[in-house]
Design a protein around this ligand. Structure first.
Ligand SMILES: Cc1cc2nc3c(=O)[nH]c(=O)nc-3n(C[C@H](O)[C@H](O)[C@H](O)COP(=O)(O)OP(=O)(O)OC[C@H]3O[C@@H](n4cnc5c(N)ncnc54)[C@H](O)[C@@H]3O)c2cc1C
Length: 428
């Protein structure tokens, strides 16, 4: 760590996808950039499910396809509704390959290496304790007793955003706006991954689950196939987990792995890793009104820029692209003479014009809809009961509507059903 007195053009807090994308874009343009990461290696403190959407990241890192740690391109999507010992699934194959599976630790390390190749400095195992503030302007970072100054600080500290909270720049995150993610990585041979999931060489699967696999907690479970392992886990609302979970949350993932309909996929598997992490859930109200100020910008999860629709999860690409836009804003502000809030406000405009804020605005009701507990209990049950009646005919096959009426009898009225359908169709 350099002594106070040395000044960088930009300091980036956190070597996750958001921070490294901002730093890489700036370093490539000749800015003196310092990235400070508290983990032992970039990404070692991060966690995610397993799938990344490629296009936005390719715009930031054009040689993504050539050198990034891509495990498998997702060629098979499956969504399953689970209730008790029954599961109804829809599956999609074909179309273009737009997302890939990876480990976030590997992807973050690859991005940080690109920062260094472009001339930026990445320091690990250093925790930023505070922002250096002067008359409401961010001047740098504080690590222990040392201060390091910069024209602009890009906060990419992830969802916990303690530094921003401490500096009074964002409100405290409420549990009702936050999800809890838990995940196991299960080691299998490459051949077992391909055989068990019906995949060819380099092909991958994204499998999402709704129903009682989350033990009745609002949320969903996921499975992604890596090169020679499986990422299996779930994201549940933190507020309901705090109220209802009476045992270690890892037991929930263990039960998912041992589910009678699923355990055959992991036979011969060995648990390599267990992790848990918070995730922004109810995103729209948690996004600070302003993601910029005098001498600072906020990117990625720290800014609440993440979209979880259940059938897709866009965190890494949103984070990376927001870092890229922040770097463009810094470049513009630099050409205008200083890093004042006025000049940096171009970042907000760039976000507004990009897919990021358009998508978040258009899906702003999706998290609210996910609070409806019928989605996790009653509806998977109804779908499975109807499927059971239609597919497992003994003598007579019922008509679809009769099977449905029979399944729903005494469980839900038409009015509530239509209202739920209407809300789902409006929000996702
Ligand atoms: C369970 C779960 C499943 C997910 N699944 C997916 C998925 O399948 N696909 C997807 O695209 N997204 C997924 N996400 C979201 C995705 O992981 C995040 O959106 C993404 O990692 C955000 O990147 P970031 O750079 O903003 O933050 P992070 O990746 O969290 O990086 C922040 C970095 O800042 C560092 N840091 C924090 N504080 C300090 C400090 N004071 N000093 C120094 N360093 C600091 C941290 O160590 C960390 O490395 C998932 C998240 C969870 C929790």
């Amino acid at each position: 760590m350099k002594e106070a007195g040395y000044k960088f053009d930009a300091i980036v807090i956190g070597a996750g996808p958001a921070g490294s994308s901002a730093a890489y874009t700036l370093a490539k343009k000749g800015f003196k950039v310092l990235v400070v990461e508290r983990g032992r290696a970039p990404g070692s403190k991060n966690m995610f499910g397993g799938r990344v959407y490629a296009d936005p990241i390719r715009e930031v890192f054009p040689d993504l396809d050539k050198s990034a740690p891509i495990h498998r391109w997702v060629t098979k999507e499956r969504i399953s509704l689970v209730s008790g010992g029954k599961m109804t699934s829809i599956e999609f194959e074909g179309g273009e390959r737009v997302s890939f599976t990876t480990y976030l630790t590997e992807l973050s390390s690859w991005m940080a290496k690109k920062v260094e190749e472009a001339g930026g400095i990445v320091l690990t195992e250093i925790t930023v304790d505070n922002l250096v503030m002067e008359n409401g302007r961010v001047r740098g970072i504080k690590v222990g007793n040392e201060e390091v100054l910069a024209d602009v600080v890009i906060d990419a500290e992830g969802i916990n955003r303690l530094l921003l909270e401490r500096a009074g720049l964002v409100p405290k995150l409420s549990p009702s706006y936050t999800g809890l993610g838990v995940k196991e990585v299960i080691k299998l041979s490459k051949e077992d991954v391909e055989r068990n999931f019906g995949l060819g060489d380099g092909e991958g699967m994204a499998w999402l689950f709704m129903g009682d696999v989350t033990g009745g907690l609002p949320g969903g479970a996921f499975l992604y196939t890596n090169k020679d392992s499986i990422s299996l886990g779930m994201v549940v609302m933190l507020s309901s987990a705090v109220e209802r979970v009476k045992e270690h949350i890892s037991r929930y993932v263990e039960r998912l792995r041992l589910h009678p309909l699923l355990e055959k996929y992991f036979r011969n598997g060995r648990i390599m890793e267990y992790s848990a992490h918070l995730v922004p859930e109810y995103v729209w109200p948690t996004i600070p009104h302003r993601l910029y100020g005098d001498g600072f910008l906020v990117v990625g999860d720290a800014a609440g820029l993440l979209l979880n629709l259940g059938y897709n999860f866009r965190g890494v690409d949103f984070a990376s692209y927001s870092g890229y836009l922040a770097a463009q804003a810094v470049e513009k502000a630099h050409s205008m003479g200083d890093m004042s809030a006025k000049n940096l406000s171009i970042y907000q405009e760039l976000l507004e014009r990009s897919f990021i804020l358009k998508q978040l605005r258009s899906f702003k009701d999706a998290p609210k809809m996910r609070e409806n507990e019928r989605l996790y209990g009653l509806y998977p049950y109804l779908v499975n009961e109807v499927a059971d009646k239609l597919f497992h005919a003994r003598y007579e096959t019922p008509k679809l509507m009769d099977a449905f009426k029979d399944a729903k009898k005494g469980k839900i009225g038409w009015f509530t059903l239509i209202k739920d359908l209407y809300e789902v169709s409006r929000s996702i």
